[in-house]
Design a protein around this ligand. Structure first.
Ligand SMILES: Nc1ncnc2c1ncn2[C@@H]1O[C@H](COP(=O)(O)OP(=O)(O)O)[C@@H](O)[C@H]1O
Ligand SMILES: [Mg+2]
Length: 425
């Protein structure tokens, strides 16, 4: 089979790394990819938002399966476009991807179907939103409706912060049309985890639990990032709580989407807060998380390609039990970022030590923002590399990952030193 993976981050490197191992693959393409992906796949120069360009390439090359990494092409309708042209593609349709693409749609759906989520109000005029937050109890959470690359959520501790967030989103239109509507949401406390699943709209195959680390500094301090590291499994969530998410969140959401005539096929990712009164949905994503995908692909024993084909064909239930097989070992992925990220940073710095790290036992290097310039590996984005490692225990995987991180060097690099430490508490 000829397979095309869309995207250029660590998540896509992990997908390409896993798909490359499938005996079903004859040729593997990635668009646009990065320096690490280029060692495993033929990279194209079509950006993920150019869905027409991607469809033309897939038609011309007779691609048998296209895998979409990021959310932007999904929300733009890449799956609908490919499907119209009889091209097989893994991911939800545009209407189904609204579960991620519009937080207002998502919250209204959750409310309508009685799926647990923090209480909220929707506003499409800043004046009304400001009036509301002036009499609210704090903290409170303000969210832009649309896609904002992980920057559209502000946790406000004071009235001033809330008013400022509203002005940023609605008056100054910092996120463009994504901020035309906003949510003002109840702030809840608990343990957060990513509960991903594979669904074809008829049944659900569970994916092992992961935990992401959104904040830039150790101890979950500092501003939010795209994600500074992840690990799997996540033993801090009990099996009982996990089963509750399946029963109270995933199953009813899949049913709700069918009922709304927006059948969801692909990776259904629930961002869950496990609170004293049970699990609550913070948001849904319509694809694998980045960096959660990296430890997951290291632990995935099943061939990913048949799983994706079965999802597209709505025959996940025919694959036998267990639908997805996992390596019982633990995996940890530590992200190494450019100096200054998630704020301003510079790119083009030479990266050293990658080959040495990649040779270490049970270590895999996932490239994110890397490029080859005159044969040399250089930095090209905020998140540069993900260092993944397996171990019999999470402690062992963590130690291995950090041993590999030590060999890598570039100007200004920074990383968290406590990825997976939450699991040991
Ligand atoms: N209601 C809430 N209460 C407490 N924390 C929240 C709430 N909503 C979101 N958060 C925090 O903000 C982060 C980002 O919010 P999320 O809805 O996942 O948006 P996105 O991933 O699109 O930026 C979450 O991972 C969580 O840590
Ligand atoms: Mg999120």
């Amino acid at each position: 089979m000829k397979i095309l993976v869309i995207g250029s981050g660590g998540r896509e490197h992990a997908l390409v790394w896993k798909i490359r191992q499938s005996p079903l693959v004859t040729r593997l393409f990635a668009s646009p990819g990065n320096a690490g992906i280029a060692e495993l796949a033929e990279c194209l120069d079509i950006t993920p938002d150019n869905i027409e360009g991607l469809a033309q390439f897939a038609e011309k090359e007779k691609i048998d399966l296209t895998v979409v990494g990021p959310e932007v092409p999904l929300c733009k309708g890449i799956v609908d476009l490919f499907t119209e042209r009889r091209l097989r593609i893994f991911g939800p349709s545009r209407e189904a991807a609204q579960l991620e693409g519009s937080k207002v749609f998502c919250k209204n759906l959750l409310r309508r179907y009685g799926i647990p989520t923090p209480s909220f109000r929707v506003f499409n005029q800043s004046r009304q939103a400001v009036t509301y937050v002036r009499s609210a109890t704090y903290p409170i959470v303000i969210k832009a409706d649309g896609l904002a690359a992980g920057k559209g959520v502000v946790i406000c501790h004071t009235e001033d912060e809330a008013v400022q967030a509203i002005e940023h989103m609605m008056d100054r239109k910092e996120f463009g049309p994504a901020g035309e509507q906003i949510l003002v949401e109840e702030h809840i406390n608990g343990i957060e985890a990513s509960v991903m699943s594979l669904t074809d709209g008829r049944s659900i195959a569970t994916i092992e639990l992961t935990q992401d680390h959104k904040r830039v500094y150790d101890g979950d301090r500092g501003p939010n990032t795209g994600g500074m590291g992840a690990y799997s499994p996540a033993p801090i969530i009990s099996d009982r709580d996990y089963q509750r998410v399946i029963k109270e969140v995933l199953v009813p959401t899949v049913h709700a989407m069918n009922h709304e005539r927006r059948r969801f096929k692909g990776v259904l990712y629930a961002g869950i807060m496990f609170t004293k009164s049970g699990p609550k949905v913070l948001e849904f994503n319509a694809r694998f998380g980045d960096p959660e995908c990296q430890p997951l692909m290291m632990r995935l024993k099943s061939d990913l390609v048949p799983l994706m084909l079965a999802t597209i064909d709505e025959r996940l239930d025919k694959l036998g039990e267990p639908t997805i097989e996992w390596d019982p070992r633990a995996a940890v992925c530590v992200v190494i970022a450019s100096g200054g990220y998630p704020g301003r940073f510079e790119v083009g710095y030479p990266i050293e030590g990658v080959d040495e790290a990649a040779k270490m036992k049970d270590v895999v290097l996932f490239h994110a923002g890397t490029q080859r310039r005159d044969g040399k590996l250089v930095t090209s984005a905020g998140r540069v590399l993900g260092v993944g490692a397996l171990g019999t225990t999470l402690q062992e995987a963590q130690a291995r990952a950090y041993a590999a991180v030590k060999t890598i060097n570039f100007t200004g690099m920074h990383f968290r030193t406590d990825i997976a430490a939450k699991a040991f508490k």
